[in-house]
Ligand binder design. Structure first.
Ligand SMILES: Nc1ncnc2c1ncn2[C@@H]1O[C@H](COP(=O)(O)OP(=O)(O)O)[C@@H](O)[C@H]1O
Ligand SMILES: [Mg+2]
Length: 249
C-alpha cells in the first residue's frame, strides 16, 4: 500500500515574465516502511518535490494522496492539521527552537497539536534514548553539537508517529561521523519501526542508506534504482555513482 502517492505533480513559479517549471508532471509513490532517497543536481526540483509532498506548498497541477487522502482537495486548515499529525520534517540546518531544551523541542509537534504533553513523557524520553541523547534532555540547542541537534530533530520528526518523514539534506551540514549516525538512525526507524522516509541528498553515500533512489533532472524523475544492501555501502554507492554518470548528473 502506498503511504504517499503523487500523480502528474507539476509546480511552476512565476518570476516576473518568466515561468520556471520546477516540477514537470512527476509520478511518485512511497510504500509503507520504504526509505527513498531523492537525488539530482541543484535546481532539479528536489526541495520543491519535498515541500509539495509535505503540504508546505501547493502544486500547480497534479494530485497528492497521503494515507489515501487527496491533500489537494483539503482546505488550508485541513492541510495544516494533516501536516502536523501525519508528516515529520527534518531540515539541513536542524531548525530547533533555541530557547527550548532538547526534550521540549522533541515535544513541540505535540504541543502545537494541543496535546497534553504530560502524557507523553515516556515517549519523549524513549525517543531521546533512541537517538542517544537521554543525558542531554535539558540541554539547549547551543549546548549541543550539530550532530546532536540533528538527532533531536529526528526524535522530533517521529514524535507524533507520522505517516511519513521528509528530510531535506539532513546530513548536508554535518561531518561524516555525525552524518553516519544520522543515517544509521533513519535506517533504524525505517527497518525496526516500519517508518516511511523520503530523503533528499546530494551525497551517494547518504543515498546508499535508502532502499531506493529516485533521480530527478529538470523537474522529471528520470530513473529509479533499488538499493540491495547486499555487500555493504561501498557497492551500493558505486552503483549510485554509476547511474549519476550515465545520466550526467
Ligand atoms: N520560491 C521560488 N520562486 C521561484 N523559483 C523557485 C522557487 N523555489 C524554487 N525555484 C526554482 O525551481 C527550480 C527547482 O528548485 P528546487 O526545488 O529548490 O531545486 P533543488 O532542491 O533540487 O536544488 C529551480 O530552478 C529554482 O530556481
Ligand atoms: Mg534543495
Amino acid at each position: 500500500m502506498s503511504v504517499l502517492e503523487a500523480k502528474g505533480l507539476t509546480k511552476q513559479y512565476q518570476m516576473g515574465e518568466v515561468v520556471v517549471q520546477a516540477l514537470a508532471g512527476v509520478d511518485f509513490a512511497v510504500a509503507k516502511g520504504d526509505f527513498v532517497a531523492v537525488m539530482g543536481p541543484s535546481g532539479s526540483g528536489k526541495s520543491t518535490l519535498l515541500h509539495l509532498l509535505g503540504g508546505l506548498d501547493e502544486a500547480t497541477a497534479g494530485e497528492i494522496a497521503l494515507a489515501g487522502r487527496p491533500i489537494s482537495r483539503l482546505s488550508d486548515d485541513e492541510v495544516t492539521i494533516m501536516r502536523r499529525r501525519k508528516v515529520g520534517f527534518i531540515f539541513q540546518f536542524f531548525n530547533l527552537v533555541p530557547t527550548l531544551s532538547a526534550a521540549e523541542n522533541v515535544a513541540l509537534p505535540l504541543l502545537i497539536d494541543g496535546k497534553n504533553i504530560k502524557q507523553y513523557t515516556q515517549k519523549i524520553n524513549g525517543l531521546l534514548e533512541m537517538v542517544g541523547l537521554a543525558d542531554r534532555a535539558d540541554h539547549k540547542p547551543d549546548q549541543l553539537s550539530g550532530g546532536q541537534q540533528q538527532r533531536v530533530a529526528i526524535a522530533r520528526a517521529f514524535v507524533n508517529d507520522p505517516e511519513i518523514v521528509l528530510a531535506d539534506e539532513p546530513t548536508g551540514n554535518l561531518d561524516s561521523k555525525s552524518g553516519t549516525a544520522v543515517l544509521d538512525l533513519l535506517r533504524h526507524f525505517c527497518q525496526e519501526m516500519q517508518q516511511t522516509i523520503v530523503m533528499v541528498t546530494h551525497d551517494p553515500r547518504a543515498a546508499s542508506y535508502a532502499n531506493q533512489v529516485v533521480f530527478l533532472k529538470d523537474g522529471n524523475i528520470i530513473q529509479q534504482l533499488p538499493i540491495t544492501h547486499h555487500n555493504g555501502h561501498e557497492e551500493d554507492m558505486r552503483a549510485i555513482m554509476r547511474v549519476m554518470r550515465e545520466l550526467e548528473l
